[in-house]
Design a protein around this ligand. Structure first.
Ligand code: 13P
Ligand code: SF4
Length: 327
């Protein structure tokens, strides 16, 4: 999604007045520096509303953000998201400077596996293709045959000739795909520390006393959670689902900043908000973005050969499925 409103009107009605005044003061400085540096700010759907609705030029999932930024003539990209997302933006736009405001903004899923792990798996299962979720480092993508997102994982797996597939690194997304295909999936023990905290029992409790509550869940959640869901999809898929269905009440079973962001666009929908925050996403702040633009820190680098390998895996996926942003 592209954001066009001026900085001083973007947060009206979204933040309490006292917080809004502080945020707007920062936003004015961010806009000045964006113009000076020829920069764009990207915000993943899990950024807090001050960043998502205030600072961002583009919002969305990691792949859509990377491709949106690539299409601009900006020389600098500031990633409102975690490290693997900044790497993806750099892989897609190697000529641009990609900054991440906090180098500690990691990801439990991306960190569960290394390039060396993938090489060992390929030795152990020769000839078995490797499908890798985009929530991984560039090094892991480079060792893979093809990437997938949480929306196209099944389609990517089914596009392969082989009956056996190595699927990395999220075991829950892997189990979800395995339940929908006849392919034999070899899984890895990775997981997202945010989504794995949800339980099916917790969701059944939410339904109690709320007839008609719609439960929509991210496929990084455990199987008992997905069994309770009325819809399962990526962050972008969940946003589209709310827009298309406009439910009277809904619970988005994912990082909770996303409900805050989507609720702004849908005042008619009641959002039940269990709050599991991602500690890595939360490291990114408006002040951090401002500081990043001011000091031009921290530039993300990806070795050229690794970037080529990772880009090949991403492009292989794009050849199978829908492009992340319309042409
Ligand atoms: P998507 O936005 O691709 O669905 O990924 C969710 C997530 O956990 C990102 O960190
Ligand atoms: Fe990683 Fe999960 Fe946080 Fe996304 S929400 S960055 S997958 S730990």
């Amino acid at each position: 999604m592209t954001v066009t409103r001026p900085p001083t009107s973007r947060l009206a009605g979204i933040l309490p007045d006292a917080e809004r005044v502080v945020a707007e003061h920062l936003l004015v400085q961010i806009e000045e520096l964006k113009a000076e540096r020829n920069a764009v700010v990207l915000a993943h759907n899990y950024m807090t509303p001050d960043i998502f609705h205030g600072a961002a030029d583009f919002t969305g999932d990691s792949l859509a953000l990377a491709y949106q930024a690539a299409r601009t003539d900006a020389e600098v990209i500031v990633m409102g998201g975690v490290h693997f997302m900044a790497e993806t933006a750099k892989i897609v736009s190697p000529e641009k400077t990609v900054l991440i405001p906090d180098t500690e903004a990691g990801c439990s899923l991306a960190e569960s596996i290394t390039g060396a792990d993938v090489r060992l798996l390929k030795e152990r299962y020769p000839g078995v293709p490797v499908v890798t979720y985009v929530n991984t480092s560039a090094e892991v993508k480079a060792e893979s045959d093809i990437c997938c997102t949480s929306s196209n994982a099944r389609q990517v797996v089914e596009s392969l000739r082989e009956d056996r597939v190595i699927f990395l690194p999220d075991r829950y997304l892997g189990q979800w795909v395995a339940s929908q295909t006849d392919k034999d999936l070899i899984l890895w023990e990775g997981s997202c520390e945010v989504h794995e905290r949800f339980t099916g029992a917790e969701l059944r409790d939410y339904r109690t006393g709320r007839p008609g509550l719609q439960i929509i869940a991210h496929p990084e959640c455990p199987s008992d959670v997905l069994k309770e869901a009325d819809y399962v999809g990526s962050t972008a898929g969940m946003i589209d689902w709310v827009e298309a269905n406009k439910p009277a009440s809904v619970v988005l079973v994912t990082e909770c900043s996303m409900s805050d962001n989507v609720a702004v666009e849908h005042p008619e929908v009641e959002f039940v908000r269990p709050c599991n925050l991602c500690p890595h996403m939360q490291r990114i702040s408006l002040r951090g973005i401002l500081e990043s633009l001011r000091t031009m820190r921290h530039a993300v680098t990806v070795d050229a050969a690794v970037a080529d390998g990772a880009r090949a895996s991403v492009e292989q996926m794009l050849a199978v499925g829908r492009r992340p942003v319309p042409a």
